[in-house]
Write a protein of this length. Structure first.
Length: 505
């Protein structure tokens, strides 16, 4: 028989793996996979098989440990959730094609299947749009950072004062290379273009081409630091620039044309339209004369409804392209007077909200949800206390490994599509920092996304398997936090491999 057999009884992405001693010597190996999402099932089966081999198989010379005995086993395995994702913010700091492909390889090893690329924000537009070259010639530049203005012990600002005087972005060919690489690993790449807020880079780029599509606000610190630059220049100052689309017909034409071209680069099912934090200065932006006229023409009374108009326009475009739109949760639960489309997916991050975004209210809404709660899944925050023990200075706040693992206990039934770890890059710029922030919490994201709830309830057992798993990461050259964990496992260091595999269910 060529290749794995099929088992129609297995759920999507599921596989069975049987290993036993063969009569007369040797090893009997049998793999069967689900008929649904077969490529992914094959990848998962082969990854589990690789985990059964010595950790040297993950090194630069994987053949060095072969031949090696494979422990006898009979595994039947499938994921708890269809969505097991990571978000990488390439707008605040740009990570190049090679770095993204490296992350995809690490994700595949952990059976994660969605990479969400945050491609636009106030600080940058990071994808080529051939019909609107100003989005990258202007929007892909970035000014200095005002975050942590005191700097390090040498007085260097975060980013070491680094600006992007030359545009940094993914070309059309870059995106095609990333998508093809991800597809071979059974990973979907989901783009995000954030509207109507977090749009300063887009607005400033459009303004350079003679198009007025929104309002940009410079915080005092940014304005003072930059001097008297006209807003036709792209300051995109980290920590000091905010922009919001004012959705006149001319502005929406520009926005939709840009989103349309980006959507066409990604063949997957999903597209993230952003929608977060517009309330911070939406009322000011939507009280302009042009916005008031627009609201009257649309018979709207509230600024939140005008934001909903933006959502509806983008939604219709994406529906015409057979895309399923996703939005940050305030789009679905925080816009007074607006009822979002019933099939819009909510990416739930505001677990700190005690009102409309409380978990019980989210479930009561009936919308399908992807779990990305700040207190558990924002992996750019410190992972230990005191923060001074961290190797790097990152985003204030703490998300412990135990907190990330506790996502497994959230109940939501079929409304919950999956889990999503978020790597925002306001405060980190190097691949080393990305990996250090990702692990071990990224391993917890992988496990709670894959493993049945009753099996993902023993945190101590997870820690023991994490300790074994580090031997594989060591051989891959992946960096990770290896210090102690508050309330977790004191003085945890890199141990020697002692058998077993990680992430099985």
């Amino acid at each position: 028989e060529e290749g794995p057999g099929e088992d129609p009884q297995l759920p999507p992405e599921g596989y069975s793996l049987q290993v036993q001693a063969a009569a007369g010597g040797g090893t009997f190996l049998a793999i069967k996979v689900s008929v649904k999402q077969r490529r992914a099932a094959v990848m998962h089966a082969l990854e589990t098989l690789r985990q059964l081999l010595p950790p040297e198989v993950y090194g630069k010379d994987p053949r060095s440990c072969l031949p090696a005995p494979i422990p006898s086993c009979n595994i039947k395995d499938w994921p708890r959730y269809p969505w097991r994702g990571l978000m990488l913010d390439v707008a605040r700091h740009f990570f190049d094609v090679g770095q993204v492909k490296n992350l995809l390889s690490i994700m595949s090893m952990h059976k994660l299947n969605v990479l969400h690329l945050h491609l636009s924000d106030d600080q940058g537009w990071r994808v080529q749009v051939r019909g609107k070259p100003e989005l990258t010639t202007v929007g892909a530049r970035r000014g200095p950072s005002l975050n942590n203005p005191a700097g390090d012990e040498n007085g260097e600002r975060m980013y070491h004062g680094r600006q992007y005087p030359e545009p940094r972005f993914f070309s059309v060919d870059d995106i095609r290379e990333i998508v093809a690489f991800a597809s071979a690993l059974a990973i979907e790449v989901v783009p995000e273009i954030d509207v109507p807020a977090h749009a300063a880079a887009m607005i400033l780029a459009a303004r350079s081409a003679g198009k007025d599509i929104g309002m940009v606000e410079l915080h005092e610190g940014c304005a003072a630091f930059l001097g008297e630059l006209p807003l036709s220049e792209p300051p995109n100052c980290m920590g000091g620039t905010h922009g919001i689309i004012v959705p006149t017909p001319e502005a929406m034409k520009y926005v939709l044309e840009a989103i349309s071209e980006v959507a066409d680069l990604f063949p997957g099912r999903y597209f993230h339209l952003g929608g977060d934090e517009a309330d911070q200065f939406r009322d000011d932006a939507y009280s302009t004369e042009a916005a008031v006229r627009l609201m009257r023409s649309l018979h709207l009374e509230l600024s939140s409804q005008l934001q909903g108009h933006v959502v509806d326009e983008v939604y219709r475009l994406l529906q015409s392209k057979n895309k399923t739109p996703i939005a940050w949760d305030e789009t679905l639960f925080g816009l007074e007077g607006y009822r979002p489309p019933p099939d819009l997916l909510a990416m739930w991050w505001r677990d700190w909200s005690s009102d409309e975004a409380a978990w019980e209210a989210v479930l009561a809404s009936g919308y399908n949800v992807i779990l990305a709660p700040t207190s558990k899944m924002y992996l750019d925050l410190y992972q230990m206390e005191p923060h001074k023990d961290s190797k790097f200075r990152v985003q204030e706040g703490t998300v412990t490994l135990r907190a990330t693992y506790s996502v497994a206990q959230l109940e939501g039934g079929d409304q919950v599509l999956g889990v999503h770890g978020c790597l925002w890059s306001e405060h980190f710029v190097e691949e080393e920092v990305l990996e250090y922030q990702l692990f071990p919490r990224g391993a917890a994201v992988a496990e709670v996304g894959w493993t049945a709830k009753h099996r993902a309830s023993d945190f101590d057992d997870f820690l023991m398997r994490w300790r074994r798993h580090t031997s594989r990461l060591d051989r891959m050259g992946v960096r990770y936090y290896s210090g102690s964990y508050v309330g977790d496992l004191p003085e945890m260091r890199r141990p020697e491999f002692d058998g077993g595999w990680f992430g099985d269910s």
